[in-house]
Design a protein around this ligand. Structure first.
Ligand SMILES: Nc1nc2c(ncn2[C@@H]2O[C@H](COP(=O)(O)OP(=O)(O)OP(=O)(O)O)[C@@H](O)[C@H]2O)c(=O)[nH]1
Ligand SMILES: [Mg+2]
Length: 319
């Protein structure tokens, strides 16, 4: 990824045929809807989403190209206080993203009604207070996005915006509902103003730089996140062992790594029912993605304490 600071130009005086292209990071605490928003922004699912925190573990690129503008969105893991080595790594993916982008979207949820009267910073979630510090000095390159406005009355959204606007001199504040796609197109139009003049980085048809292999493994992980409880989603990693690109039927085999024997039993379930359900749901999503029939084989293996082990993490691609 390139740093475009030197090449950045003001939007005034733009020429008609000039290309405008830039990197825009999506940052925020876990579960605020960053990945849901990324998928809406590019009109395709490239980043997995779930009702649980810490779903995203990598930087995921989503590319939107229209006429003379190309926006490269970077979805990042939710910023939180990391305990395990895995979490330290994924939080670093998010914070490092801030360095290289042309603009950042700070995604926040509506301020709960009970916190609206709180003064100073205390109306903000603790992790949001940390993110505000990280953004210090970058406020003018930050667009604050108030997401999930479908969950609150309009009045609460207005008061939330009023309070958030006092935090810093943000470039813009835009309320949206990523889930219902409310105001998302307005957000895109707003963002275009901030793109530097630069030739496109990607082909016009490209929507992500992620490989089909990676997306397949993520769609399996999404099903694990959606269907399993407590600590298990946080104890799984998915490796693609085989990806045979046969046009009749793409053959994919994945290993699901867990940390303990008991977790293996739960994922497989009684008579293998749970693994079968996960496999069928993931296969359907992968078939939609690839536009092809898919055969998906899943296998579960125990990799003791992988999420706290530097060697295992490296072998799983967390560098
Ligand atoms: N009601 C409502 N729910 C939303 C909206 N946007 C996202 N969600 C839900 O919020 C949950 C979290 O969404 P994600 O997109 O996975 O959130 P994230 O910020 O990427 O989470 P991490 O990857 O864990 O940091 C999911 O259940 C989404 O369906 C929205 O605008 N309205
Ligand atoms: Mg996410």
């Amino acid at each position: 990824m390139k740093n475009n600071k030197d090449k950045r130009q003001q939007t005034e005086g733009r020429k008609e045929n000039e290309q405008h292209c830039g990197f825009i990071g999506l940052i925020g605490r876990p579960n605020v809807g960053k990945s849901t928003l990324l998928n809406q922004l590019i009109g395709q699912k490239v980043s997995i989403t779930a009702h649980k925190a810490q779903t995203t573990r990598n930087r995921i690129l989503g590319i939107r190209t229209e006429q003379n503008s190309q926006i490269v969105f970077i979805d990042t893991p939710g910023i939180h206080r990391p305990e395990k080595l895995l979490n330290r790594k994924i939080v670093a993916y998010a914070t490092e993203t801030l360095r290289d982008t042309d603009l950042n979207l700070w995604i926040v949820e509506p301020i709960p009604e009970s916190s609206l009267q709180k003064e100073e910073l205390s109306f903000l979630h603790r992790e949001d207070q940390e993110i505000l510090k990280l953004l210090s000095g970058k406020e003018k390159r930050t667009v604050l996005v108030l997401n999930k406005i479908d969950t609150i009355p309009q009045e609460q959204a207005l008061v939330s915006i009023e309070k958030l606007a006092k935090l810093a001199d943000f470039a813009e504040i835009v309320p949206v509902s990523a889930l219902k796609s409310t105001n998302v197109e307005h957000l895109v139009e707003t963002l275009k103003k901030y793109l530097p003049v630069h030739p496109f980085y990607f082909e016009t048809h490209q929507v992500t730089d992620a490989s089909e292999r990676f997306l397949a493994s993520e769609f399996v992980r999404e099903e694990l996140f959606l269907r399993l409880q407590q600590e298990i989603p946080y104890s799984v990693a998915v490796i693609v062992e085989q990806f045979e690109d046969d046009p009749k039927c793409i053959k994919i085999a994945c290993t699901i790594c867990v940390e303990r024997d008991s977790q293996k039993g739960i994922i497989i379930g009684k008579k293998g029912e749970m693994l079968k359900t996960i496999g069928t749901a993931a296969r359907k999503k992968i078939e939609r993605l690839l536009g092809n029939k898919v055969h998906l084989a899943l296998h579960v293996k125990v990799l003791k304490q992988w999420s706290n082990n530097a060697r295992h993490l490296r072998s799983l691609g967390f560098n």
